[in-house]
Design a binder for this molecule. Structure first.
Ligand code: ARG
Ligand code: ZN
Length: 475
């Protein structure tokens, strides 16, 4: 989706494309098409400062239709990805991100395309070049035993096989372990995810369940539809033994929760609070951005963290508590609807979700946000680096991103006052609903709402709290 894109480093991307074009010329790879118009290969990454090869240039995905058959006994996935995209340049070839697995066949607009693998890049060369503005359809047939990735920070993400099923989570890069795509958050798309698995197991994904039909061999094909745009890192799959509960929230939002059966009783009370927590957040952040909601609680030992997977956040049992639930639900507005333009903007996700915990404590537990702020201020770990400039990929989920990110928001609140701050809490997710936003978009937005009179004070706030090294003298 183009909406809200700001193009962080157009210069770098252009250089890459030009360099690739020059290489293609040297290699004598393509001959000019009739009329002298010729496409060039799309870039193999969008030059994200932390993951330069993540995502791909030259096209925008609008829709993923994933048809995934999973055999838990063998841990094997057989997939077909049908991707609808629009070319943003004349293309002779383009890339998809895919880690592991074996590609058996690929087509572009129904015609066989040549496929090459190198590292996590799958390069497809269509029979006919694509013209800028063309809508095209790619199918990729693939299979294998998926393997998770180890993040730069040491945690595990991607497709994880369990004793009787699988769980897939993808922040920041794990989704490329189970489907080929444009795996950078700047390219959001709608999804339909079909899961074929043994009938005795539950098969869950994002959004609304549209059908569940028996297929041969005691298997069921369950189809989930995520209509609103989603960044690929928020796509999820859970296949296994779960106790599922369905209901509604906020009037007509369909709620599906699923828990490992051994956790049924222990999690019942908090699961039942989900509609009330969403109603509470809607008061503060405006309309809930999706047509579906829910939560999944897995047995401990698999996931090292909770994740805000779109419409259906997932929790290891030991982190299914109220503050974490509040945090992951707040991400539905902050991160899932308003998505970072680049991984450098991750504090916009984690700072807001942490501040949502502070607001919850202020509203319900008699703990003013100011005292949460002072607690965070006192902790050395929060001063390791500025939230808007993590030093490396391994720091993207470090304490300053969460806690100092929330501190920035609290300083904004103290600068503009509660009334304008409440306006920002609704206005920011409204302005960038289902789009991408950067740190600069945020500071510009706050300055525009606060007015000229506060511009200088806000500039000082950004300099010290958002971008500055080290701890200020005063909280
Ligand atoms: N976004 C998750 C949260 O709600 C954390 C994801 C952690 N991922 C990682 N690779 N460390 O806080
Ligand atoms: Zn978070």
């Amino acid at each position: 989706m183009e909406a809200g894109r700001t193009g962080r480093s157009p210069g770098a991307a252009a250089v890459t494309v030009a360099a690739l074009a020059a290489l293609a010329l040297l290699a004598g790879g393509c001959t000019p098409a009739a009329g002298g118009v010729r496409g060039t290969p799309g870039a193999s990454g969008v030059q994200d400062p932390y993951f330069p090869r993540l995502g791909n240039g030259g096209y925008d995905v609008t829709h993923y239709a994933l048809d995934l058959a999973f055999d838990p006994a063998a841990g094997r996935l057989d997939g077909t990805a049908r991707i609808t995209a629009r070319a943003t340049q004349d293309l002779s070839a383009f890339n998809l991100d895919l880690a592991g697995l074996t590609v058996a066949e690929a087509t572009v607009d129904g015609a066989p395309a040549s496929a090459n693998r190198a590292g996590d890049e799958l390069t497809l060369r269509p029979r006919d070049e694509l013209r800028r503005g063309d809508e095209f359809t790619v199918t990729v047939g693939y299979s294998g035993v998926p393997e998770p990735l180890t993040d730069p920070d040491g945690s595990t993400e991607g497709w994880m096989n369990t004793t009787d099923g699988a769980v897939a989570v993808g922040e920041p890069a794990g989704s490329m372990t189970w489907f080929p795509g444009n795996h950078h958050p700047s390219d959001k798309a709608s999804y339909e995810i079909a899961l074929t698995a043994p009938t005795r197991l539950s098969a869950l994904s994002n959004g609304v369940k549209v059908s569940a039909d028996p297929v041969s061999g005691d298997r069921t094909r369950t189809v989930w539809r995520q209509t609103e745009p989603m960044a690929s890192y928020l796509a999820t799959v859970m296949i296994g033994r779960y106790e599922t509960t369905t209901g509604t929230a906020l009037g007509d939002i369909s709620v599906v929760t699923a828990v490992d059966p051994s956790l049924s009783a222990a999690t019942a009370a908090l699961r039942a609070e989900l509609p009330a927590l969403l109603a509470d957040q809607r008061e503060r952040y405006g309309p809930y951005p999706f047509g579906a909601a829910g939560a999944v609680v897995t047995a401990d030992g698999l996931l090292g963290y909770a994740l805000e997977t779109q419409t259906r956040p997932v929790f290891p049992a030991s982190s299914f508590d109220r503050p974490t639930l509040v945090h992951e639900l707040a991400h539905q507005w902050f991160g899932n609807s308003v998505t970072p333009e680049s991984w450098q903007d991750i504090w916009l996700n984690e700072g807001f979700a942490t501040y949502a915990e502070w607001l919850y404590a202020e509203d319900h537990d008699g703990v003013p946000a100011r005292s949460s702020f002072e607690d965070a201020f006192a902790q050395d770990a929060n001063w390791a680096f500025p939230p808007a400039d993590p030093p490396a990929a391994e720091n993207l989920f470090g304490p300053p991103v969460y806690q100092r990110g929330a501190m920035v928001l609290h300083k904004v609140r103290e600068t503009v006052g509660d009334k304008v701050f409440d306006e920002i809490l609704q206005g920011w997710p409204t302005k960038y609903r289902h789009a991408n936003a950067s740190t600069e978009d945020f500071t510009a937005y706050v300055e525009s709402v606060a007015g000229e009179g506060l511009k200088e004070e806000l500039a000082g706030l950004w300099k010290v709290w958002l971008y500055g090294d080290g701890k200020p003298a005063e909280p």
